[in-house]
Design a protein around this ligand. Structure first.
Ligand SMILES: NC(=O)c1ccc[n+]([C@@H]2O[C@H](COP(=O)([O-])OP(=O)(O)OC[C@H]3O[C@@H](n4cnc5c(N)ncnc54)[C@H](OP(=O)(O)O)[C@@H]3O)[C@@H](O)[C@H]2O)c1
Length: 305
C-alpha cells in the first residue's frame, strides 16, 4: 500500500533537471524539497526567490532526515554521488542517460552499493531511459516479432521572422503556426526583448502588422530563443507487428515535450515508490505502476483500469 506521509527529498545538482524537479515539487502536494546539494562554487546562484528558504548543502554527507535524494548531476558524476548518499542510508533516484550494456553495468554497480548500505535505489528514471523505455517495452510485448522505429525530432519548428525582429525593442524573434483542437490556425511569436523594452507594446506592434492582421497571434517574450529551441523536443514511435494471419497491428505515438520536465516527472514518480522498496537497485520496470502513483494509486486504478 502506498505511503500517505509527505516525502521529504533532497535535490542534488541544480542544472536543467534539478531545476525542473524543484519546480514540479513546488507544485505538488505530497513532496517537499528538504535541501539542495550543490557544488561549493555554485552557492545560491540561479536559485529563484521562492526556493531560497530551502537549506543549501555543499556535500551529500551533510544530508540527514530525508526520505530520498534526486540525483541530477552529470552522468559521469552519478555513481560517485550515489555512493556518497547511499552510505548514509538515504535512498536515491537517478536518471543517468545510459542505455543497453552501460545501463545494465550501472544498475549492477548501484545494486551492490544499495545492498551493502541496505537502502533502495532507482536508476534510469527519466524520459529516455525511463518513461519512453516503458512505452517501447509495452509495444514490443503487445506485438512480439514486430519492428520499432524511433525518430527523435525537434518539438516545434521555429521560423525566423524578419518583421517581428524589426519591431523596436525586439532583439530576436521566431514564429510558428499551431492548429488548435477545433481546427483554428494560431500564430505564436516568441521574442527576445532588448533590456527595458515594454512587452505589451511589442506585442501590440507585432499584432498590428499587416502580415499578422486577421490571424490569431500570440506573442510570448522569452529569455533565450536558443534554449527554447533546445528544450522543445519530440519523438515518433512507430511499432508494427509482424505480418500474418493474426491481424495487422500498428501503433503510432507522436509526442512533443520538454525533456527536462518529463524527466523530472518520472523522477518524482519513482521517488514516490521509494518508501515501499527493499534494499537494492531497481529500474522503472521492476516497480509496480501503482507504486509510482504514490497516494493517488487507488484513484488512478479506478480511472485507468
Ligand atoms: N533520462 C533522461 O531522459 C534524461 C534527460 C536529460 C538529462 N538526464 C540526466 O540528468 C542529469 C542532469 O542533467 P542536466 O541536463 O540537468 O545537466 P546540467 O544542466 O549540466 O546540470 C547538472 C548539474 O550538476 C551539477 N554538477 C556539474 N558538474 C558536476 C560534477 N562534476 N559533480 C557533481 N555535480 C556537478 C551542477 O549543479 P550545481 O551547480 O547546483 O552543483 C550542474 O548544474 C544527467 O545525469 C543526465 O544524464 C536524463
Amino acid at each position: 500500500m502506498a505511503s500517505t506521509k509527505p516525502l521529504h527529498l533532497a535535490v542534488v545538482g541544480f542544472g536543467r533537471i534539478g531545476q525542473a524537479c524543484a519546480e514540479l515539487i513546488a507544485l505538488s502536494h505530497d513532496i517537499a524539497v528538504e535541501a539542495f546539494v550543490r557544488r561549493p562554487a555554485s552557492g545560491a546562484e540561479g536559485l529563484p526567490d521562492h526556493l531560497r528558504h530551502i537549506p543549501l548543502m555543499t556535500h551529500a554527507g551533510q544530508l540527514s532526515a530525508v526520505d530520498g535524494a534526486l540525483i541530477c548531476v552529470p552522468t559521469s558524476a552519478v555513481k560517485e554521488t550515489a555512493s556518497q548518499i547511499l552510505q548514509h542510508g538515504i535512498p536515491i533516484v537517478d536518471c543517468a542517460i545510459l542505455h543497453g550494456e552501460s545501463f545494465h553495468a550501472h544498475k549492477e554497480a548501484i545494486h551492490k552499493l544499495a545492498l551493502h548500505y541496505r537502502t533502495p535505489a532507482i536508476v534510469g528514471a527519466g524520459w529516455d531511459p525511463g518513461g519512453l523505455s516503458v512505452f517501447r517495452s509495452w509495444l514490443a510485448l503487445l506485438t512480439p516479432g514486430g519492428v520499432t522505429e524511433t525518430t527523435h525530432r525537434p518539438g516545434i519548428t521555429l521560423r525566423h521572422t524578419v518583421m517581428a525582429k524589426s519591431v523596436v525593442g525586439v532583439k530576436d524573434a521566431r514564429c510558428t503556426e499551431i492548429r488548435t483542437a477545433d481546427g483554428r490556425l494560431q500564430r505564436y511569436v516568441y521574442v527576445e526583448l532588448e533590456q527595458g523594452a515594454n512587452p505589451d507594446r511589442v506585442a501590440e506592434a507585432i499584432r498590428a502588422d499587416p502580415l499578422f492582421l486577421g490571424e490569431e497571434t500570440q506573442v510570448f517574450p522569452v529569455e533565450s530563443l536558443s534554449s527554447l529551441e533546445e528544450a522543445g523536443r519530440g519523438v515518433v514511435l512507430d511499432r508494427r507487428g509482424p505480418p500474418g494471419r493474426l491481424g495487422h497491428h500498428h501503433f503510432l505515438i507522436e509526442a512533443r515535450f520538454d525533456e527536462s520536465v518529463l524527466t523530472a516527472q518520472v523522477m518524482l514518480a519513482a521517488a514516490r515508490a521509494l518508501p515501499d522498496l527493499d534494499p537494492g537497485a531497481y529500474s522503472l520496470w521492476d516497480i509496480p505502476l501503482s507504486a509510482l502513483w504514490g497516494e493517488r494509486a487507488d484513484k488512478a486504478e479506478r480511472e485507468w483500469l
